[in-house]
Design a protein around this ligand. Sequence first.
Ligand SMILES: [Zn+2]
Length: 128
Amino acid sequence: MDDRKLLTIAENIKENSYSPYSNFRVGAAVLTESGKTFAGVNVENASFGATICAERTAVFKAVSEGERKIMAVAISSDSDDYTFPCGICRQVLAEFGADDTRVICGNRNGEFKVFRLGELLPNAFLKF
Ligand SMILES: [Zn+2]
């Protein structure tokens, strides 16, 4: 699956974002080793610490369905800037990805830049 297609999945699911506190809608989609895609949104909570990002929602859906290897992740928001995964999500992606996992960072105009996970989280803390 190409980057543009995965980002489109992220853009489309963004409509389901539950973000009444930040009004910052995010959608994410992951491509797994088996070729399946899983998508998620940010889900906020009145107790802010209970909030989860779109990227982790998508990864946890994939892992819950038995997937263990993330090949790519696409992220979309309503920002003019490219949307990068936060630090916690980078750590979660590292658990199920690799240095060459593609991170497709989109903006509100559908433009995107692609990074390798190893660039965004060098020297990740991994299994010991
Ligand atoms: Zn995050």
